[in-house]
Design a protein around this ligand. Structure first.
Ligand code: MLT
Length: 394
């Protein structure tokens, strides 16, 4: 009889955001009279930029005409998109080759799929709290995990440990805490990885939210990163592609371990298991880098920044402790009155019909914390903060 992957038994029953959605839906079904506001999953609400939509529509029309129709595209992504991404990096002073960029259907898939390249025996270092995909995908593979605690003492930005590991996940700006590493802190990580032969898997999905010019937006701004780091990027949060799906991963050619080039391995993996992102979506993604779309895309990001400001101001008025909201679309707050994360989730849902994400879902150090997202609709965000204020106003 078939033997199943026993490591699935070690996972929580549901993926965090599915569990939150399930509980919110159950509450809404039981209370049809309540108007539930979701500030939980970081899903965007602003429409795609008109220049992006126009590029997609043009591409769709090309697909409907015999002389411009396209079948399979290059698995690594069309050159027009990889070159636009390369030029965007160059504009920020970062040199990456178009051939080092792999276009995909999103950072989440790539972060999970990249574990294909690593043996099961590796030890994986995961900051805590952090995006649950890193933990869950490695649990599925049966790898040994070591948590690196984040807290208010280290600003939720833990530095390298004093022992070697094999794989390190970093997320900056961090999901969920909003904390972002500075250059010196990232340099310490790069030196650590080069020193012990670890590979840094750097999740830059929220880089567009960085406003502080002193904070790096790419790990490749850091000297030495090309021999130890892979960077995962997304059009989801930067340009509203959560529904259309597009991201990219940068694997530098200099990165090799045990004589094997990770670039070559990832190329082999992707050409075998992936057939690329649709031409229409890639045309839309390439349009993000045009002058016309840049302004439109920035307006959407500014909209979310203003939501973050509204949430933060609401929490300030109530005297809540929180981090994030600046350089990040997430606000990470301490649950009031010593409540646990899921207890606060239930309390807020029942008393304000507001859904957030329990901090405990991001790792053991997230217990007692709660995450709100700035990706919601403006009026709904205001309304949610008014309801929270009504509950907690002294
Ligand atoms: C989140 O809410 O943390 C994100 O939306 C999840 C994701 O991007 O997959």
């Amino acid at each position: 009889m078939v033997k199943l992957n026993e490591h699935y038994q070690e996972l929580q029953q549901n993926y965090l955001f599915s569990e939150v959605a399930r509980r919110a839906a159950a509450f809404a079904a039981e209370h049809p009279d309540r108007d539930v506001i979701r500030l939980s999953i970081g899903d965007v609400t602003r429409p795609l930029a008109p220049a992006v939509v126009e590029a997609m529509a043009r591409a769709a029309r090309e697909m409907g005409s015999a002389d411009t129709f396209r079948g399979y595209g290059p698995e690594q992504g069309y050159a027009f998109l990889r070159e636009a991404i390369r030029d965007d990096y160059a504009g920020r002073g970062v040199a990456v080759d178009a051939d080092e960029i792999f276009v995909s259907d999103g950072a989440k898939s790539d972060l999970g799929n990249f574990t294909d390249l690593f043996a099961r025996e590796n030890t994986v270092l995961i900051p805590d709290p952090v995006y649950p995909v890193y933990v869950d995908t490695n649990v599925m593979d049966g790898r040994n995990l070591v948590y690196l605690p984040g807290s208010t003492e280290n600003g939720f930005l833990p530095g390298p440990p004093d022992f070697p590991v094999d794989i390190v996940y970093l997320c900056s700006p961090n999901n969920p805490t909003g904390a972002a590493y500075n250059r010196a802190q990232l340099q310490a990580w790069v030196d650590y990885a080069n020193g012990c032969g670890a590979v840094l898997l750097y999740d830059a999905a929220y880089e567009v939210f960085i406003t502080d010019p002193d904070l790096p937006r790419s790990i490749f701004e850091i000297p030495g990163a090309r021999t130890c780091a892979v960077e995962f990027c997304s059009f989801s949060k930067t340009a509203g592609f959560t529904g259309t799906r597009c991201g990219y991963t940068v694997v530098p050619r200099e990165l090799s371990r045990g004589g094997q080039q990770l670039h070559q391995m990832w190329y082999r993996r992707q050409t075998t298991k992936f057939n690329g992102v649709s031409y229409i979506v890639q045309r839309g993604a390439a349009a993000v880098f045009t002058d016309e779309a840049r302004d439109q895309v920035r307006q959407a990001v500014d909209y979310y920044r203003e939501n973050a400001r509204i949430i933060a101001a609401g929490l300030d008025a109530l005297g809540f402790q929180y981090t994030g909201g600046v350089n990040s679309p997430y606000i990470w707050l301490r649950c009031p009155a010593g409540m646990g994360s899921w207890a606060f989730f239930d309390y807020l849902l029942e008393n304000a019909a507001v859904v957030g994400t329990p901090g405990a879902g991001f790792g053991p150090c997230g217990e007692g914390y709660f995450r709100l997202t700035a990706f919601g609709d403006r009026a709904r965000t205001r309304e949610a903060m008014e309801r929270i204020a009504a509950l907690f106003r002294p």
